[in-house]
Design a protein around this ligand. Structure first.
Ligand SMILES: Cc1cc2nc3c(=O)[nH]c(=O)nc-3n(C[C@H](O)[C@H](O)[C@H](O)COP(=O)(O)OP(=O)(O)OC[C@H]3O[C@@H](n4cnc5c(N)ncnc54)[C@H](O)[C@@H]3O)c2cc1C
Length: 531
């Protein structure tokens, strides 16, 4: 590796002020919510996409590995850090053009730095009737990096890589990759049809390391006449299995109208809505059952809470609501449909309540309003305070950044079959393991289809305490190993766990390695990323 020569050539190409050495790189890009550290060789901050190919050629010539990021907010999975030491980060956040938008079909082509907030503003300003594929990560997170990680959200196109129609990338030899139909002269068509013709290989760029993606075309969901949510609870946690079967029936019966359903345990809901009772929790322990019940009662939170989304015309949504009442009422408690108008009415009525009740209601209504915005394709920070639960409330209205603010968070994100027995044993497994490590067991189950949930367990810990960090890490690994024994495997992992996936060198990973070696023999692009 000849780092100095590489940096000299890069500085000539993009300007000295766009090149950061290792020390500055670690200072500006080294903070990670998982507590992982990596030695960084530097950062290149790009302004022009045409610089990517020559940068890669220089990297190959001097054997310096590159790690491209879009906005680098991969919080809980590694933030901006590469899986291995001694990489140069390729920061693409300033490549942020919306290259093309077809207002007739709602297909948009973006560069890596385009954020959820930017796309939402663009659609808003043009009064285009399409929705930004929002996630819980907030306005500053990217569209492209999230889709490459196969992230998902809660607007109608839940599966973000599923909505990717076409990809442009630069390969490790500096050559260009275009999706199949574009290469046949059918760029317009390519933007409308995911699979192209011939073997489908756009997929190797997702959770992959075979190129730098320079632009991505994604299909946006059309904004329907009505967006509503429905909330429900479960008083008796032992009946979770019944509820799961009913959730599956609802999703199977009303695909498209019911966008998805999230089941959250009480800890998860409390983490987003209340202050952590720090002074009442013994250091190194988790909240006691007694305090938990008190918080639940005070905040009207049940052991499990559900949040579903409804999209469609007024008549269709009204009809489905009637069906949902019949289907969910026998197995769930407190079923409630939430609309903007209903929130406004309750806010007005709340003004007549005594002070304490009024402030509690206002807090709840604001939360509901922000959730409704999120599912309507307007990104916001509703989910981010979760990272600050143990640490203390973030400043209201500040642009939240859990890595910058020193929040400790590792995501455990396994797929769970949408079956009673699987969900019940999974939930018990998480409670048992988290209790063993005396960590707060926050859990969500998000429907990805009528067959499968993805569960997200944010392992929260004090990033300033090395013993607490080690405890969180051990807990993560026990969840991963035990989960594997039970058949619960992750849909996505953090940089600390990527090599774990291919440990047994199965035929799948041997194939992936062959592809990687043939496209990137010098292992220059994102070494260690998933393989
Ligand atoms: C409270 C909270 C809620 C969250 N909610 C969600 C959620 O609802 N859904 C969800 O999916 N995630 C969620 N996240 C996780 C994460 O923050 C998001 O997925 C976020 O969008 C990822 O960061 P990013 O967009 O900046 O992507 P980046 O960090 O830029 O990219 C992710 C990875 O993709 C690769 N990559 C990026 N760009 C390129 C490129 N141009 N070429 C090649 N490779 C590239 C890199 O390896 C990079 O590390 C949440 C996190 C928190 C803390």
């Amino acid at each position: 590796m000849n780092l100095n020569c590489a940096f000299e050539e890069w500085a000539i190409l993009i300007g000295q002020d766009r090149v950061l050495n290792g020390k500055l790189a670690e200072l500006n890009y080294g903070r990670c919510t998982t507590g992982e550290n990596r030695r960084l060789s530097g950062v290149l901050k790009l302004l022009k996409p045409e610089d990517i190919a020559p940068i890669i050629k220089t990297a190959v010539k001097h054997q310096v590995p590159l790690y491209p990021i879009s906005t680098g907010h991969n919080w809980g999975y590694g933030t901006a850090l590469p899986p291995v030491d001694n990489c140069v980060i390729l920061d693409l956040s300033e490549l942020n053009r919306i290259i093309d938008f077809d207002a007739e079909t709602g297909v948009v082509t973006v560069e890596p730095g385009v954020t959820q907030g930017q796309l939402a503003d663009f659609l808003d300003q043009g009064e285009y009737p399409y929705m930004t594929p929002t996630t819980g990560a907030g306005k500053a997170a990217s569209i492209l990096g999230n889709a490459l990680e196969r992230g998902y959200g809660i607007t109608p196109y839940t599966d973000h890589f599923g909505a990717v129609m076409a990809i442009h990338a630069v390969l490790p030899d500096g050559s260009f990759y275009r999706s199949a139909l574009t290469d046949l002269g059918g760029e317009q068509l390519d933007r409308s049809f995911k699979w192209g013709v011939g073997p489908y290989i756009d997929g190797i760029f997702s959770q992959g390391s075979v190129g730098v993606v320079t632009q991505m075309t994604i299909a946006l969901a059309r904004r329907p006449e009505v967006v509503q949510s429905f909330l429900f609870g479960l008083k008796q946690p032992e009946k979770l299995g019944n509820l799961v079967s009913r959730v599956r029936d609802v999703i199977a019966r009303y695909p498209g109208v019911v966008g998805g359903i999230n089941l959250m345990n009480a800890h998860r809901v409390l983490a987003m809505t209340t202050t952590y009772p720090r002074e009442r929790v013994v250091p190194g322990e988790a909240i006691s059952l007694e305090i938990l019940q008190e918080l639940m009662q005070k905040n009207m939170v049940l052991p499990w809470m559900g949040l579903g989304t409804l999209y469609g015309s007024k008549r269709v949504v009204n009809a489905v609501k009637q069906e949902l009442k019949l289907m969910l009422s026998p197995v769930a408690d407190r079923l409630l449909f939430v609309t903007d108008e209903r929130i406004q009415i309750l806010t007005r009525l709340g003004k007549f309540l005594p002070n304490t009740l009024r402030s509690r209601l206002t807090c709840k209504l604001e939360m509901l309003e922000r959730s409704l915005q999120l599912i309507s394709g307007y990104p916001n920070q509703t989910a981010l305070p979760l990272c600050y639960w143990l640490k203390g409330k973030p400043q209201q209205d500040a642009m939240l950044d859990p890595a910058r603010d020193g929040c400790g968070l590792i995501w455990y994100a396994p797929l769970i079959p949408m079956k009673q027995a699987s969900v019940v044993s999974y939930v018990q497994m998480v409670y048992d393991i988290m209790a063993k490590y005396r960590l707060e067991p926050l859990m969500t189950l998000t429907s990805l289809s009528a067959r499968c949930f993805d569960s997200t367990v944010p392992i929260l810990f004090d990033l300033n305490s090395e013993p607490e960090r080690r405890k969180a890490e051990s807990c993560y690994w026990e969840l991963m190993e035990k989960g594997k024994e039970y058949g619960f495997l992750p849909y996505r992992v953090g940089i600390q766990a990527m090599s774990w996936l291919s440990e047994n060198n199965s035929s799948y990973w041997q194939t992936v390695r062959k592809i990687k070696r043939s496209l990137d023999p010098s292992m220059i692009i994102s070494p260690g990323r998933y393989i």
